[in-house]
Design a protein around this ligand. Structure first.
Ligand SMILES: C[S@@+](CC[C@H](N)C(=O)[O-])C[C@H]1O[C@@H](n2cnc3c(N)ncnc32)[C@H](O)[C@@H]1O
Length: 365
């Protein structure tokens, strides 16, 4: 029998191999985005074109490493290369998406992928046991990454974009109300609202100590006197409530006991109180998500972080892409009324759910 030709794979297989190779190449590009972010090389390129020597000198880094990185991002067609002058340049429209204060700066998102990759062995072991991976496995990076990813957007849009989603809330905050942010992490929502509305009082609650330490330190450095951060679960809300507004940013899908916890959160609202939650943008129907870039990114975050962490604190398991339909059903079951779904301001990967606690249980729908 003639030996089979190893190159004679069906065309379909060869095409698929190229598809996987493109994925690997993009994964390497993600690492280059990460390196450009943490070394400051994207900012250096934003300051203007240069040879590898000039860019290394301007960024105070080793020329050989800088040159290889520049070659990698040039090969990926992220930066332009002029062979005559040997200069590398980053177009201004791209610079805004990779550095600086714009809400379009995507570079911090690479940190999340880096963190997931760091914990892959632990997550792979959890596939065998079904157990969760504790939040502590993702320290110290996780709170810093969430903060870096969200800070610019929250600073720019929390007051002007999110607050107006609830009619009358802005005026009430200005007059002075009681607000809690549940699953507050490093407290950016609390800090920003407390700065904008000094007559209102804010409580940030989280079960994890590490992000709360960051939240308290920042509140102190901002000189905020109307905020308090408490380490607790939903039971802590009852101790300090009732509240006129409770927010939950990217928290529900990470919960170990989502039904019981959200019910506890709603019970801590005064009758007629406002509720606002942000959750990842996805459909609860897998077929709707297939092929969508945002969903592909979110499922990856789910497998490497959200799902394992939620299972370390109870049955959990909603997953990052549990989706709009299931979110609406859970929030209605929790006793909220007047539920509305909004595009998240400045964030194509999230939805915002607003609702109220009914004045009387009978008016709930
Ligand atoms: C994805 S982070 C979001 C943090 C913050 N809201 C933000 O948007 O940056 C989810 C947060 O929920 C907290 N969390 C999860 N389960 C909790 C529970 N049962 N009680 C209180 N906090 C919880 C986690 O510790 C974590 O800080």
């Amino acid at each position: 029998m003639a030996p089979s030709n190893p190159l004679a794979a069906p065309r379909e297989t060869r095409r698929f191999v190229r598809r996987i190779l493109r994925a690997y190449a993009d994964a390497e590009l993600t690492m280059m985005v990460h390196l450009g972010h943490v070394t400051g090389l994207w900012s250096t390129l934003t300051d203007g074109p240069g040879t590898s020597r000039q860019i290394a000198r301007r960024s105070h880094q080793d020329e050989r490493y800088v040159r290889e990185w520049l070659h990698a991002v040039a090969a990926a067609r992220i930066v332009a290369y002029d062979a005559r002058s040997r200069r590398f340049s980053l177009a201004p429209a791209r610079a805004r998406a990779l550095s600086g204060p714009s809400i379009y700066n995507m570079a911090p998102g690479s940190l999340m992928i880096h963190l997931g990759a760091k914990n892959l062995d632990t997550v792979a072991a959890a596939f065998a046991t079904g157990e969760g991976v504790p939040y502590s496995a993702y320290l110290p990076e996780f709170p810093r990454i969430m903060e870096e990813m969200n800070r610019r957007r929250m600073d720019a849009l929390l007051v002007s974009g999110y607050v107006p989603l609830l009619p009358g809330l802005s005026e009430a905050l200005a007059r002075g109300i009681r607000v809690a942010d549940f699953g507050t992490g490093s407290g950016r929502v609390v800090h920003r609202l407390a700065q904008a509305f000094p007559r209102s009082r804010f409580l940030g609650i989280d079960r994890a100590a590490a992000p709360l330490a960051r939240a308290r330190a920042e509140a102190k450095s901002l000189g905020l006197r109307n905020v308090r951060f408490v380490r607790s679960d939903a039971s802590g809300l009852r101790r300090f409530g009732p509240f006129d507004l409770i927010t939950m940013f990217d928290a529900i899908h990470d919960l170990g006991r989502p039904e019981a916890t959200v019910r506890g959160v709603v019970r801590a609202l005064r009758p007629g109180g406002w509720f606002l939650a942000q959750e990842p943008r996805a459909s609860s129907v897998l077929l709707d998500n297939i092929g969508r870039t945002g969903a592909r990114f979110l499922y990856g975050v789910s497998v490497t972080y959200c799902l394992p962490v939620s299972r370390s604190d109870g049955p959990g398991g909603l997953g990052t892409c549990w989706g709009e339909q299931r979110a609406k059903a859970l929030l209605r079951r929790s006793g909220l009324t007047g539920l509305r779904v909004h595009e998240a301001p400045g964030n194509a990967l999230a939805l915002v759910f607003t609702a109220r606690r009914p004045f009387s249980p009978r008016r709930s729908r």
